[in-house]
Structure formats: structure tokens, C-alpha cells
Design a protein. Structure first.
Lengths: 213, 90
């Protein structure tokens, strides 16, 4: 997999620097923040392998992913949706990527339809899975892109909290997005994250970490 | 008020999804989920569309039987779909 390191004053600048080196667009890459300071941000940008075969290296060793892929493919066919379902390689939990043209309806408002599709998939595949094991369904990398976006939002909020010392309440987010934010900030010694409100309006609050924490 | 039931069902689904996706920032008990479903059942508009009450009842049973979160969510999505077909959701 092609990857490059990017440096810049802000997260956006660092990602852009790496994208220029890779000659890629933001849509096709995975961004990992290596370090972030007030002076410089360093990221590792990896090009997503869209050509990975459906029955890739992980699939034969794990028949469950193939079963899940087949079931989702069948479900989409019944729904009259023309799309390709592939198993994302090297991921845990098993992730199914659905790609095709005009799949916005499969994502729905704030990913609601996508989330429903994932629930149905897990119920269908349930008997092939171990207890606690789950299948993640992604459409046109929507989920992955949202995770990147909210991580960037988290980093920006953390920077602002460090500058002002005031807590920031973010927009209401889905659980997987809130989780991405908590994970992105858990290693930061200066800020802390928590959530307030009730579903589906639950919001992440990023605030300064108190010395005793 | 049309849409009120849909809002409550969505809230119950969001609670379930929060358990399934494990955001790690709240503790949701089956009692809270059951309460959210009962809140839906209290509305008279769930009787305006066929099968909505039936699906909500099944979801409630699934929670008390300890069925997986995705199963409960799927049943609630079915209730939401039935409500849509009944014209209660825009």
C-alpha cells in the first residue's frame, strides 16, 4: 500500500502535503495522525486499495466474511440495487464495502439507512458469528470518511480548547462517530472528552484536562 | 401529532445502536431501551398504521428475552417502515 508522511502547521496542511506527494484525492486515502503540536502536525496518509479482491487474503481464511458478502449481495439484489460488495482486507471486525453508482439512498439521512442495513446484515449473518462478533457495513467508504472527518473535528476542537481553556460542545453524532472522537483524544494529555445529552442528540464535549485527571 | 411516534421509535433505535456500536461514553440498560419502546406504544398514532404496534411489541419482547441489539433494532426499523407505509412519517 502506498503511503506518505505529511507535515504542516495544521492538520489540513499536513494532509494536503501528503496528498500532493501521493498525487491522490482525500476521498481515496486513510489518514492517521502521528503527532500534533502547536507548531507542527504530522500525519501518515495511506492510499486505500480499491482494487483489493473481494475474496482477498482475509476471505479464504475466514469463510464468515464470504457468507456475509453473499448475503448482502443477495439482499441488495432483492432491493433492486446494482452494487458491488467486497470484503475489506486486513480489518477486524469484518468490514463489507458496498460500491456502485448513486448509492446515496443506501446511506440515507445521517447514515440512518446504512446503519439499518448493518443491523439487518448482522441479524442475517448472526448464526455464523461468534458471540460479540459483528459485521461492519460501509457504503462508498461513507463511514470511513465520516470517521476521518470527526477525527479532524476532534483535533481542531482540542487545539481550540488548548488555546482558550474553554470546553467545546460538538454537534450531535452517532455512536461510532463519538467513539472515533474519544479514541482520537484519549492520548492527549491536555484535553479530555465526554458526552452529554440523550440519544439521538448526544454530543461530545471536549474540555481541558484538569491536573488531577 | 404525525411524526411523534417516528421520533420516539428513532430514539429507541438510537439507544440500541449506541449499545451495539459501543461509543463507550454511556451506560444504557435494557430497562432504558424497554422504556423507550413503551414510550412509543403509549402514542395512539401507532394504531393508525398496520403492524406498527405488533412490531413494537415484538421489539419489547426481544429486549426482555435478551435478544441481540441488532435484532431489536431490525424489529424497530420494521415498525418505522410500517409507520411510513401508513403515511405517518414524512
Amino acid at each position: 500500500m502506498k503511503s506518505a508522511e505529511g507535515r504542516g502547521r495544521t492538520l489540513d496542511e499536513a494532509v494536503d502535503a501528503a496528498l500532493i506527494e501521493l498525487k491522490e484525492s482525500r476521498r481515496n486515502v486513510d489518514v492517521k495522525v502521528i503527532s500534533e503540536g502547536s507548531e507542527e502536525t504530522v500525519v501518515e496518509v495511506t492510499v486505500i486499495d480499491h482494487t483489493a479482491p473481494a475474496a482477498g487474503s482475509a476471505a479464504p481464511a475466514n469463510g464468515k466474511s464470504e457468507v456475509a458478502r453473499g448475503l448482502v449481495e443477495g439482499l441488495l439484489k432483492h432491493m433492486g440495487v446494482r452494487a458491488q460488495v467486497t470484503v475489506r482486507t486486513g480489518t477486524d471486525p469484518i468490514t463489507l464495502d458496498i460500491s456502485g453508482r448513486d448509492l446515496g439512498a443506501l446511506i440515507g439521512w445521517r447514515g440512518e439507512t446504512l446503519r439499518a442495513l448493518q443491523s439487518v446484515t448482522n441479524v442475517m449473518v448472526g448464526r455464523h458469528l461468534a458471540e460479540g462478533e459483528r459485521i461492519i457495513v460501509d457504503v462508498e467508504r461513507y463511514r470511513q470518511r465520516r470517521e476521518h472527518t470527526v477525527r479532524e473535528i476532534a483535533m481542531r476542537a482540542a487545539r481550540q480548547v488548548k488555546m482558550t481553556g474553554d470546553a467545546i460542545t460538538l454537534d450531535a453524532m452517532q455512536p461510532f462517530e463519538r467513539r472515533a472522537i474519544h479514541l482520537a483524544l484519549e492520548g492527549d494529555p491536555d484535553v479530555t472528552s465526554g458526552s452529554i445529552g440523550e440519544e439521538p442528540e448526544r454530543r461530545v464535549v471536549v474540555g481541558p484536562r484538569k491536573p488531577a485527571e | 401529532m404525525p411524526g411523534r411516534a417516528a421520533g420516539r421509535i428513532r430514539k429507541a433505535i438510537a439507544l440500541i445502536n449506541s449499545v451495539a456500536d459501543d461509543a463507550g461514553d454511556e451506560e444504557i440498560t435494557p430497562t432504558e431501551i424497554a422504556e423507550a419502546i413503551r414510550d412509543c406504544l403509549e402514542l395512539s398514532e401507532v394504531d393508525d398504521a398496520a403492524n406498527v404496534r405488533k412490531y413494537l411489541g415484538e421489539a419489547l419482547d426481544a429486549v426482555s428475552d435478551g435478544m441481540p441489539a441488532d435484532f431489536v433494532a431490525m424489529t424497530l426499523y420494521a415498525a418505522l417502515g410500517a409507520l411510513r407505509e401508513g403515511g405517518q412519517v414524512n
